[in-house]
Write a protein that binds this ligand. Structure first.
Ligand SMILES: Nc1ncnc2c1ncn2[C@@H]1O[C@H](COP(=O)(O)OP(=O)(O)O)[C@@H](O)[C@H]1O
Ligand SMILES: [Mg+2]
Length: 336
């Protein structure tokens, strides 16, 4: 067993049951988060990124349930099952906010407007550190704000969230997340609401966290540009499936799935200037209630062949850590 593995999700499927219709939003999803590494989960809106994160955190929306699969947490030495074998979510309640911390797109989902920033970080510290004194917790909160690049932390620790700018709030939320030295940081589109400069600063901060705290990071994004900047490993999702995964080098240099290729050709390349010929992916993502019968990407795929309308391809090993769900991946690889 690889000692660096903090979390392993295996063959996870989650369905929603609404209006007597069943929608299996994530299908047979597997991924692994390792200490000191960033795994980027990338894909267009609605592909199942947030549902995957919510399943890990046991924060699934109402009317949804885990159908099958495993979630194993290894951060405490002995593996802990966090899926159906922990039916009440008792274990994950102990782990959430401590061993595993989550940061969201909107910091106000984590910050309470009626308490000072310092109070909120302190509460989190006190909850997960038995015997810590309130004054110690407040000191540690100041240190954390400082470590997250918030100027004048002694002063700002006594301020309320509304006194912080968007970027500063995001830093405060990350400070709160880091308060308990998490083994795993799960970030769901943490910078989508921020402007580009602040985005870059937050990403720099996240890269530092990975190194300084040796945490495993799962970073969810719809932006391939973010993947090129931050990922060690990448999982590309489409219509609920992980269609390609591997090290960032493998996936970005030799994409084996036509969807990954299409995503890559739609990001601007540094140095090529503004007048780049960015190719949007033709067609639209299908409605989850009217899925194509075969490969989910087939209707939009330039490589589609008759067999692609028959079934969703199984996960095939390409090389090293590189896996793909595509019948035609050898053609895709040939056609650089
Ligand atoms: N609250 C919900 N009720 C019903 N279906 C949902 C709900 N949230 C998500 N879904 C379904 O799950 C799919 C994946 O959603 P999500 O994981 O939020 O996508 P994203 O990749 O944009 O984060 C959606 O396309 C939708 O079909
Ligand atoms: Mg989402």
């Amino acid at each position: 067993m690889d000692k660096d593995i903090v979390l392993e999700v295996k063959n996870l499927s989650v369905s929603f049951y609404t209006d007597q219709r069943k929608n299996t939003a994530i299908r047979d999803v597997s991924f692994t988060a390792r200490r000191g590494k960033t795994l980027c989960v990338v894909g267009e809106s609605g592909c199942g990124k947030s549902v995957s994160a919510s399943a890990i955190m046991r924060l699934l929306p109402e009317l949804s349930r885990i159908e099958s699969g495993e979630i194993n947490y290894y951060g405490r030495g002995e593996p802990i099952r966090m899926d159906k074998l922990d039916p009440d979510g008792e274990l994950i309640r102990q782990i959430r906010g401590g061993d595993i911390a989550m940061i969201f797109q909107d910091p106000m989902t984590a910050l309470n407007p009626v308490y000072t920033i310092g109070y909120q970080i302190s509460e989190n510290l006190l909850e997960h550190n038995k015997g810590m004194k309130k004054s110690e917790a407040l000191d540690k909160s100041v240190q954390l704000l400082k470590a997250m690049g918030i100027p004048m932390p002694e002063q700002r620790v006594n301020e309320y969230p509304h006194q912080f700018s968007g970027g500063m709030r995001q830093r405060a939320m990350i400070a709160m997340a880091m308060a308990c030295n998490p083994q795993l940081l799960l970030a769901d589109e943490p910078t989508t609401a921020l402007d580009v400069t602040v985005q870059a600063q937050i990403f720099e901060l996240m890269a530092d966290l990975k190194t300084n705290y040796n945490a495993a990071v799962i970073l969810i994004t719809h932006d391939m540009g973010v993947v090129t900047e931050l990922a060690d490993n990448v999982s590309v999702m489409y219509m609920g499936y992980v269609v390609e995964e591997g090290s960032v080098d493998e996936v970005l240099r030799t994409p084996a799935h036509p969807y990954t290729k299409a995503l890559l050709s739609s990001i601007p390349v540094l140095g090529r200037g503004r007048n780049q010929d960015l190719q949007p992916i033709r067609g639209a993502t299908p409605d989850p209630f009217h899925r194509p019968p075969g490969c989910q990407f087939e209707p939009r795929c330039d490589y589609a062949a008759p067999q692609c309308t028959q079934a969703m391809p199984e996960r095939e090993h390409v090389d090293g850590e590189h896996y793909v769900r595509c019948f035609r991946y050898k053609e895709v690889l040939k056609n650089e």
